[in-house]
Design a binder for this molecule. Structure first.
Ligand SMILES: [Mg+2]
Length: 464
C-alpha cells in the first residue's frame, strides 16, 4: 500500500452495500412483469426471488439452459437444469468428456446477476414441466430477460423505487467515512469510478454519507475525481473521451484541458485518466466487487493494483470456522485412504509378480514351485479384499463428510471458493487477478495505509 498514490472505488456493492433481498426482489418482479406483458405465461407471476438459491461464480450454459459450478481445472462438478440436478453421467457426457469453453459461458459475477439468473432457471424449469408453453430456445429466453432487465434499469422502474426510499434498499455503514479519511490523511488521493448514472450516484452517496464534518461537507469532498457512467469494463480498454457533468442540470460538456478536482465526469477511459491525473498504472489501487468488470480488466489492460470485495466471505468464514473439526476429520480420512491405497497397490503388484513367476516356473516344468507361488499369492487375496472394502468405505465416508460440510455453507452449491476440497473456478480467478481481497471495503481500516500485503507463503503442490 505504501506505493499506492490513488485509490479508486466502485460504488454498487463496494462502497454501498445493498439490502439484497429487497433490491433483487424488486429487479426480479419488474423484469417478470415485463416478460408477462410481452407474452410469457401469466402463471409465471407467482415466481418469487429467493436470495439463497444461487451463488456467484456459477456459469450459465444459455444453449442448454443449465447452471454449472466449475472447479479450477475447468471440470463441471455440479449442474442443474431448472431445479433438476443433472445426473453424474449426463454431466460428464455434456461437459467433462470433451473440452468445453468456460469462457464462452455467461459468468455469474455480480450480485445484480443473481436475480436474473434465478429467473432464467425458473423459466427453464417451467419449460421442462410445461412443454410447448414457451416456444423459444433457452438462449432467446435469456435474451428477452436481459432486454427487460436493462429496460427496467433504463426506464426508472427500479431506480425510482430505490431513490424514493433508499433506506429500504441500501445499508449505511458508519465505518465507511473513517476508512476513507484514514487513506486521505495518509496522502492518498481517492476517486470514485462507477457505471451508475450521476443522479443515482449522487442520491445514494448523499444518503450513505449523511454525517457532515468540518473537513468533509458532502460526500464529494472525499473524492478528488468522481467518474460516473464509466461503462466498465469498456473504461479499461476503450478510448472514450471524458464529459464533464454539469451537476446542476445533468448536461454534459466535452472535457478539454484536464480533469478539474472535485468535478464530476462521465465516460472516459483508464489510459486517459492516468495521463490527466498523472498516475502510473501500478500506483493505482482499484477496489471493486465485479471480478470481470472491475478486477480482471483493470489488471489485464492497465495493470492497476486490485482489491476485490467478496461480501460472501463475511458469512462463509463464520460458518467455516464452526466446521474446522469436520475439515480435520476429512483430512484424517484422506490420509487413511492414502495409506490404505498404498498397501493395496503393494499387494497387487506382489500378486502380479508372483503370478508371472508361477507362469514362468510352469513353463520350465517346476510345478512344485509354481504351486507354492500361487498359494502364496492366494494368501494375499484375503488382505486385498479387506483393503478394497476399506477403501470403498473410506470413499463413501469422505464423500458424505464433504457433502455435509458443503451443505452447511450452501445446501446446493457449497462454498464460493471451493468445489469439494479444490479451488472453484471463481477462486482460481480471484487468485490470478485480485492482488488482495476481503469481505468488506471497511476492513481497510484495520491496516496501515502503508501496509505491505504479502502472501504468507504461496505454495504450489510441489512445495508441499
Ligand atoms: Mg459494483
Amino acid at each position: 500500500m505504501g506505493r499506492i498514490r490513488a485509490i479508486g472505488f466502485d460504488m454498487d456493492h463496494t462502497l454501498i452495500s445493498y439490502n439484497r433481498e429487497e433490491f433483487e426482489a424488486l429487479a426480479f418482479r419488474e423484469t417478470l412483469t415485463k416478460l408477462i406483458a410481452a407474452g410469457y405465461p401469466e402463471e409465471l407471476a407467482t415466481l418469487c426471488f429467493n436470495p439463497n438459491l444461487l451463488i456467484r461464480g456459477l456459469l450459465v450454459d444459455m444453449d442448454r439452459g443449465n447452471l454449472l459450478k466449475v472447479d479450477g481445472h475447468k471440470y463441471v462438478k455440479i449442474a442443474f437444469h431448472g431445479h433438476m440436478r443433472l445426473a453424474r453421467d449426463v454431466r460428464h457426457r455434456l461437459y467433462n468428456s470433451e473440452s468445453f469453453k468456460a469462457a464462452s459461458l455467461l459468468s455469474v459475477d455480480t450480485f445484480f446477476a443473481l436475480s436474473e439468473v434465478q429467473l432464467f432457471t425458473e423459466i427453464v424449469d417451467y419449460m421442462a414441466h410445461h412443454p410447448g408453453k414457451i416456444n423459444k430456445t433457452f438462449r432467446e429466453v435469456y435474451q428477452d430477460l436481459r432486454r427487460f432487465i436493462d429496460l427496467s434499469h433504463a426506464d426508472g422502474s427500479i431506480k425510482n423505487v430505490v431513490l424514493a426510499d433508499p433506506g429500504r434498499f441500501v445499508r449505511k455503514d458508519k465505518q465507511l467515512a473513517p476508512m476513507l479519511v484514514q487513506q486521505i490523511e495518509a496522502g492518498k488521493s481517492l476517486f470514485l469510478l462507477t457505471n451508475s448514472s450521476w443522479d443515482y450516484t449522487n442520491a445514494l452517496m448523499s444518503f450513505v454519507f449523511d454525517e457532515k464534518t468540518d473537513d468533509f461537507a458532502t460526500w464529494r469532498t472525499y473524492f478528488e475525481h468522481v467518474l460516473v457512467g464509466a461503462g466498465k469494463p469498456g473504461f479499461f480498454m476503450g478510448a472514450q473521451p471524458f464529459y464533464e457533468v454539469m451537476t446542476d442540470t445533468g448536461l454534459l460538456r466535452l472535457e478539454n484541458g484536464g480533469l478539474k478536482p472535485l468535478s464530476v465526469y462521465q465516460g472516459g477511459n483508464a489510459v486517459l485518466f492516468q495521463q490527466l491525473a498523472n498516475y502510473r498504472g501500478d500506483e493505482i489501487l482499484f477496489v471493486g466487487d465485479h471480478l470481470y468488470g472491475d478486477i480482471i480488466r483493470s489488471k489485464d489492460s492497465v495493470n492497476w493494483r486490485t482489491l476485490l470485495i467478496v461480501e460472501e466471505l463475511g458469512t462463509e468464514l463464520v460458518k467455516l470456522e464452526l466446521l474446522k473439526e469436520s475439515l480435520e476429520l476429512i483430512k484424517q480420512r484422506l490420509q487413511d485412504r492414502e495409506e490404505c491405497d498404498e498397501e493395496l497397490q503393494v499387494i497387487r503388484s506382489r500378486k502380479r509378480h508372483q503370478a508371472q513367476q508361477a507362469d514362468k516356473a510352469k513353463t520350465v516344468g517346476e510345478g512344485k514351485k509354481a504351486h507354492y507361488l500361487l498359494k502364496e499369492s492366494e494368501k494375499l487375496t484375503g488382505r486385498e479384499d479387506e483393503l478394497q472394502l476399506q477403501l470403498e468405505q473410506l470413499d463413501r465416508d469422505i464423500k458424505e463428510l464433504l457433502q455435509e460440510r458443503e451443505a452447511q455453507v450452501h445446501p446446493v452449491w457449497g462454498e464460493l471458493m471451493k468445489v469439494g476440497l479444490e479451488r472453484s473456478r471463481f477462486a482460481e480467478q480471484v487468485a490470478a487477478y485480485a492482488c488482495i481481497y476481503t469481505s468488506s471495503v471497511t476492513n481497510l481500516r484495520f491496516y496501515s495505509p502503508f501496509k505491505r500485503f504479502a502472501s504468507t507463503h504461496d505454495l504450489l503442490p510441489h512445495d508441499l
